[in-house]
Design a protein around this ligand. Sequence first.
Ligand SMILES: [Zn+2]
Length: 181
Amino acid sequence: MRFWLGTHLPHWLSHVDTPLFVSRTRLQHRTTLPRARGPWALDSGAFSGRAPAPHRHQLPATAGRRQATRQIAALVADLAAGGLRLHGFGVKTAGLAIYAAYLHSADSLAWSLRGRRVRPCAHGPARSEANCPQFALAWRARVLAAAAHPQLDLLAETRGAAADIDQHGGHQIAAVVGGAA
Ligand SMILES: [Zn+2]
C-alpha cells in the first residue's frame, strides 16, 4: 500500500520527502509553490462530499463505530479479491490497521486530530502536535507498521455483512478501475 500523508500545511512539501496529500483549500491561497522534495498529490476535495470523478466508484460510509469499520474491512477485502485497486480516502487509524493490506493506496490526516490532544509539542515551541511534521512522521511509521500485520481474523466473521453500511460520510473508499499506478 502506498500511503499519502495528509497535510493542511503546503510548506511541508519543501522539507518532507515522504508522499504527501496536500489539501487544495490551503494550496489555492498561495502565489508561489515550494519545490517538493518527494511525491505529492492534491486533495481536490472531490471525495469530501462533492461529485466524484466519473471513472471512480465511491462508497461513502461512516466508520465511527468498530462494527462499521469491520463491515468496511469485509467490503474492501471482497472488492480487492475481485481485482479492484482501491484507494482509501481519509482513512482513520483503526481502518488502516485492519484493512490496509487490501488497499492499493490510502491517505490520512488523522494524525492532526490526534495531535491536537497531545500537548505540548515535544519538538518545538508549539502548544500541541496538531501541526508538527515530526509527530506526523512518527504517526505514519506506527500506522505502516500496524498495517504490515493486518488483523485477518476480523474479516472471517464479517463477510457477507458489508451491504449494511451507514451513509453518513467521513470514511470513503474509492475503487480505481484500471489506470496508471
Ligand atoms: Zn512536535
